[in-house]
Design a protein around this ligand. Structure first.
Ligand SMILES: NC(=O)C1=CN([C@@H]2O[C@H](COP(=O)(O)OP(=O)(O)OC[C@H]3O[C@@H](n4cnc5c(N)ncnc54)[C@H](OP(=O)(O)O)[C@@H]3O)[C@@H](O)[C@H]2O)C=CC1
Ligand SMILES: C[C@H]1O[C@H](OP(=O)(O)OP(=O)(O)OC[C@H]2O[C@@H](n3cnc4c(=O)[nH]c(N)nc43)[C@H](O)[C@@H]2O)[C@@H](O)[C@@H](O)C1=O
Length: 314
């Protein structure tokens, strides 16, 4: 179904993706943006979520509210990552169905794919092998979200679509050194090490895993594009088509932050998935491509961190 405007509920609008979506929709007056903080509406609560949908009747929803975290957060809190995400997506998708939301975009993750999926990872490799252990509970919740979207389409004719973003980074990320993803964590570690003239910074794992990092404003533009142009039960990957080892990424971030000490690797910490690079040909065939170069994206993120250190999630 083509939808080009109306009431759009952006869930999780204070998060990394939600903030980028607000920036993306700033100059699109055909969309009337609705938001609720978690304090105003806990999306794990089915009654509160139903009441909100009954009152607001959004035309479209981007489901970017989720329990999100880096490798350590995921493997130390499996219950939260499984249960919160199941609850949020169950509440939102079932309310969207019952109150006849015209379009829903569900955001999954590359964690849905098997650990040994062929690189680049095609959408049809979903559920063809065992998942990576550190983020399997989160990945299983996301797979349940995909199946629910596909089920609502099949059983009830709902236009619910699913996008699988690569690892994201950008302004308003979580910079907590223990629970965040690698990129904000490294920005903060190198920044603080430079200020303290620390002789070395210790990073996790071997440095050998490779990740595809997508600047969050590119993801927001992909979401806007998909909402208006994509209608299919098939999941779709959103990435930049390029990956980098954690070791190389660390060198780039270190250079941008200006830290000159030594990098050490704590190999008692998990590496997680050895490599995650998405096949983005389906998105490219539709006419969408990521635009932000990795160095430029890291520089913009670091600049944001410097300017917003006092209010950033740290
Ligand atoms: N970051 C990444 O690298 C990737 C993210 N994704 C997906 O993108 C989406 C957005 O992630 P991202 O922006 O990074 O995550 P963030 O943690 O930055 O933001 C998540 C948002 O969800 C909100 N939220 C969490 N729980 C609830 C709840 N119970 N009720 C209402 N709101 C809630 C949070 O609210 P509050 O502000 O109150 O905490 C926050 O605003 C998620 O679906 C995630 O799985 C996919 C691939 C990679
Ligand atoms: C997007 C995706 O993100 C998560 O998966 P991940 O990509 O493995 O997560 P990550 O960004 O935390 O780590 C990437 C790599 O980097 C290494 N690493 C080094 N030093 C630090 C460090 O200081 N912090 C972190 N977090 N990692 C570090 C770390 O050991 C790993 O090898 C999922 O849980 C799940 O949430 C998900 O969907």
């Amino acid at each position: 179904m083509a939808i080009t405007g109306g009431k759009l509920f952006i869930t999780g609008h204070r998060g990394l993706v939600g903030r980028a979506l607000l920036r993306y929709y700033e100059d699109k007056p055909q969309w009337q943006i609705i938001t609720r903080t978690r304090e105003e509406l806990d999306l794990r609560d089915p009654h509160a979520t139903d009441a909100f949908f009954a009152a607001e009747k959004p035309d479209a929803v981007i489901l970017s509210a989720a329990k999100v975290g880096g490798i350590k957060a995921s493997y130390t809190h499996p219950v939260d990552f499984l249960l919160d995400n199941l609850q949020i997506q169950n509440c939102v998708l079932s309310a969207a169905h019952r109150f006849e939301t015209k379009k829903v975009l569900f955001l999954g993750s590359t964690c849905i794919y098997p650990k040994a999926a062929e690189i680049p990872i095609r959408e049809d490799s979903l559920m063809t092998g065992p998942m990576e252990e550190t983020n399997a509970p989160y990945g299983v919740a996301k797979i349940a979200g995909i199946k629910l979207c596909q089920g609502y389409r099949h059983q009830h004719g709902r236009d619910f679509i699913c996008a699988m973003p690569a690892n994201l980074y950008g302004p308003y990320d979580n910079f907590d050194p223990e629970h965040s993803h690698v990129l904000p964590s490294l920005i903060r570690r190198f920044h603080e090490a430079r200020l303290q003239s620390a002789p070395s910074v210790t990073l996790w794992g071997s440095g050998n895993p490779k990740r595809e990092f997508l600047f969050v404003d590119d993801l927001a533009s992909a979401c806007g594009f998909l909402l208006e142009n994509y209608s299919s039960p098939d999941i779709i990957n959103v990435g930049c088509g390029w990956d980098v080892s954690i070791r190389e990424a660390a060198e780039i971030i270190r250079g941008i932050v200006g830290y000159e000490g030594e990098i050490r690797w704590d190999t008692t910490q998990p590496d997680g998935n050895p490599r995650r690079l998405l096949d983005v040909s389906r998105m490219e065939k539709l006419g969408w491509k990521a635009r932000t170069d990795f160095r430029e994206g890291v520089a913009r993120t670091y600049q944001w961190f410097l300017e917003n250190r006092a209010t950033a999630r740290v």
